[in-house]
Design a protein around this ligand. Structure first.
Ligand code: FES
Length: 102
């Protein structure tokens, strides 16, 4: 099983919004929601746009390029032209740090 990695202080996350984090060569999107924190690859699997520049509402991230949308809880596409689940990562908050299993 992959180890948990500290990625950002939970207090640095924008409330109910998406925060872009660089981890090595990877861009990760961290989503703060009322039901917890979620994480996915930041680049849209439809055309490579940065989801962190998109619009986040509830549990749904809308891509800024073609307005495809994904549920950040499981990665499933909820709006065309997104058709494939995006890659999501297990996420938790420990001692004030957001941790992700990458
Ligand atoms: Fe995201 Fe097309 S690049 S929907």
């Amino acid at each position: 099983e992959k180890p948990w990695r500290d990625v950002v202080e939970a207090s640095k996350l924008e409330k109910n919004w998406v925060t872009r984090i660089e981890i090595g060569p990877r861009l990760i999107a961290i989503y703060d929601t009322p039901s917890g924190v979620y994480a996915s690859l930041a680049l849209c699997n439809h055309g490579g746009a940065d989801l962190c520049d998109g619009y986040f509402d509830g549990h749904v991230i809308e891509c800024p390029l073609h307005q495809g949308a994904f549920d950040v809880r499981d990665g499933n596409p909820v709006s065309a032209p997104a058709t494939r689940a995006m890659r999501v990562f297990e996420t938790r908050i420990e001692n004030g740090m957001v941790q992700v299993r990458l």
